[in-house]
Design a protein around this ligand. Structure first.
Ligand SMILES: Cc1cc2nc3c(=O)[nH]c(=O)nc-3n(C[C@H](O)[C@H](O)[C@H](O)COP(=O)(O)OP(=O)(O)OC[C@H]3O[C@@H](n4cnc5c(N)ncnc54)[C@H](O)[C@@H]3O)c2cc1C
Ligand SMILES: *[C@@H]1O[C@H](CO)[C@@H](O)[C@H](O)[C@H]1NC(C)=O
Ligand SMILES: *[C@@H]1O[C@H](CO)[C@@H](O)[C@H](O)[C@H]1NC(C)=O
Ligand SMILES: *[C@@H]1O[C@H](CO)[C@@H](O)[C@H](O)[C@H]1NC(C)=O
Length: 429
């Protein structure tokens, strides 16, 4: 079904998802082109001090902030076959990761296959081929190419999800989304409201609370965080409404607010997919996908990186190896009926728990099973179990204290065992 002799692959996006796939396609000897809308590799790992649009009028893609350090430790941020610098700390700054990605591109000589400043505007399926329309964002010139496979690696932390809160138009303070958060010093001595307690909400709250007069944190997270916050930090429930000077919360309490940062997440966003691609995307998900990756209706189209709650680099590397093996014809997919049946099971499970369809993209507790099933189906080398152990230990240290979880060093012993060290302590996992 997906066996194509001498396939041509179009990779969309030169972030880690696109670059890892490029590397493995190259190793398979498969011809491919990477179309990248900006002049940069690394996607969201490049910090840009600007907000709004870039020099070519495109919305700024990156969501990086200036003082970001990774929220996953070093062994989980390393791509196969290309070690991170020995001297890099356990939790790196974005600069280190960005440099590492640039070095990855040099090491595997990938740049020659990347068309920078080419924005993909339309993908359609015609006569058993993919037609890809793309535009040079500087000259405006448009192109159309044909391919056998499409690897979509456009990221999903770039289209902000804004809440819809009554009275917002009356509010006289500033409001931004975390996508546009750059650094905390502009909030010095201000009364700041942060909405949401996902990874960005927590990270930015801690950063801003260090300089702001007050940090009001509105969220409904049930995660068992035990962090002791400074005295200027106040937890609040969800927001009921704004007025000119502040916010009323659902418990009826009111706070004066100068500035709001919505850390309310991002939307899946694939505006370039024509109906003929036979894949549905909405704010919370893209579907139906086999292994959270393969478009079940058109299985020569793959979505790389459409996952959350995992060791992302490790997962992207595994997905890239699976995708390259598929394009190379090293394995065949199950039948469409079989893939749909599996997918429907996932949907039913989500519905029975009254969970949102966004859960289709969550690895979480299923991360190890996910890697096992990729290997079982495609024959790619299995992701070692120590990655899962690191992730579990990391979550424990995060729940314990958001101020200290980055002080731990994780060292791999063998395929299953890891040590986690804090100063002189040494704990076997
Ligand atoms: C603030 C922040 C912190 C994070 N911290 C961590 C962390 O500590 N550890 C971790 O593992 N992960 C972290 N992540 C997750 C991160 O998203 C992944 O690590 C990974 O970089 C995702 O790579 P990607 O290639 O899927 O997407 P991206 O990096 O977003 O790259 C997508 C690329 O596609 C291009 N593109 C988009 N649309 C088009 C189009 N139509 N045509 C052509 N090109 C297009 C974009 O310009 C971009 O270069 C973080 C994410 C954010 C936003
Ligand atoms: C808080 O700010 C001080 C002074 O700028 C800095 O030294 C310290 O590292 C910051 N702490 C945190 C948790 O960001
Ligand atoms: C906003 O509401 C609070 C609480 O009801 C009130 O104290 C405050 O004066 C209101 N602000 C304005 C500008 O009306
Ligand atoms: C992990 O460590 C345990 C205990 O030391 C050991 O029995 C086991 O064999 C190790 N796992 C591997 C894969 O070597």
């Amino acid at each position: 079904m997906t066996q194509v002799p001498n396939p041509r692959v179009c990779i969309i996006g030169a972030g880690v998802a696109g670059l890892t796939s490029a590397r493995y396609l190259q190793e398979e000897g498969i011809s491919f082109t990477v179309l990248e809308a900006t002049r940069y590799v690394g996607g969201t790992w490049r910090y840009d001090p600007r907000v709004g649009t870039d020099e070519n009028g495109l919305p700024l893609h990156t969501s990086m902030y200036k003082h970001l350090r990774t929220n996953l430790p070093k062994p989980t941020m390393e791509l196969n076959g290309f070690p991170l610098p020995k001297e890099a700390p356990s939790f790196m700054k974005w600069e280190t990761v960005y440099k590492y990605i640039q070095d990855y591109v040099k090491h595997f000589d990938l740049e020659k296959n990347i068309k920078f400043l080419h924005n993909v505007i339309l993908i359609s399926r015609e006569e058993n081929l993919w037609k890809v329309k793309h535009q040079n964002v500087v000259t405006g010139e448009q192109f159309e190419d044909e391919y056998d496979f499409i690897f979509v690696g456009t990221g999903h932390f770039n289209k902000p999800n804004y809440p819809d809160i009554p009275g917002e138009e009356m509010f006289t303070g500033t409001i931004i989304h975390s996508h546009d958060f750059k650094e905390s010093h502009t909030y010095k001595d201000r009364r700041v409201l942060i909405v949401g307690a996902g990874p960005s909400g927590l990270d930015i709250a801690i950063d801003v609370a260090n300089v702001s007069k007050a940090l009001i944190h509105s969220h409904h997270s049930k995660a068992p965080f035990k962090t002791v916050f400074p005295e200027n930090y106040k937890k609040k429930p969800d927001i009921k409404e704004f007025n000119a000077t502040g916010v009323v919360f659902e418990d009826g309490s009111y706070e004066d607010i100068d500035d709001v940062i919505y850390c309310t997440g991002y939307q899946y966003y694939y505006p370039f997919l024509d109906k003929s691609c036979e894949v549905e995307w909405r704010q919370e998900c893209v579907m139906p996908l086999h292994h959270r990756m393969v478009n079940i209706n058109q299985p020569t189209m793959l979505f790389l990186g459409a996952i959350v709650k995992a060791c992302i680099f490790v997962a992207l590397d595994a997905q890239a190896r699976y995708a390259a093996a598929l394009a190379a014809g090293r394995f065949t997919l199950p039948t469409k009926e079989k893939m749909l049946e599996e997918w429907n099971k996932q949907v039913e499970e989500i519905r029975s728990k009254e969970r949102p369809l966004a859960d289709l993209h969550v690895l979480g507790d299923k991360e190890d099973d996910y890697y096992a099933s990729l290997t079982a189906e495609s024959g790619i080398a299995r992701v070692p179990r120590h990655m899962i152990k690191i992730h579990k230990m990391l979550l424990r240290t995060m729940f314990q204290d958001l101020y200290t979880f980055r002080d731990y060093v994780y060292t791999i012993v063998d395929d299953e065992n890891v040590t986690c060290t804090l100063e002189t302590e040494n704990t076997y996992l």
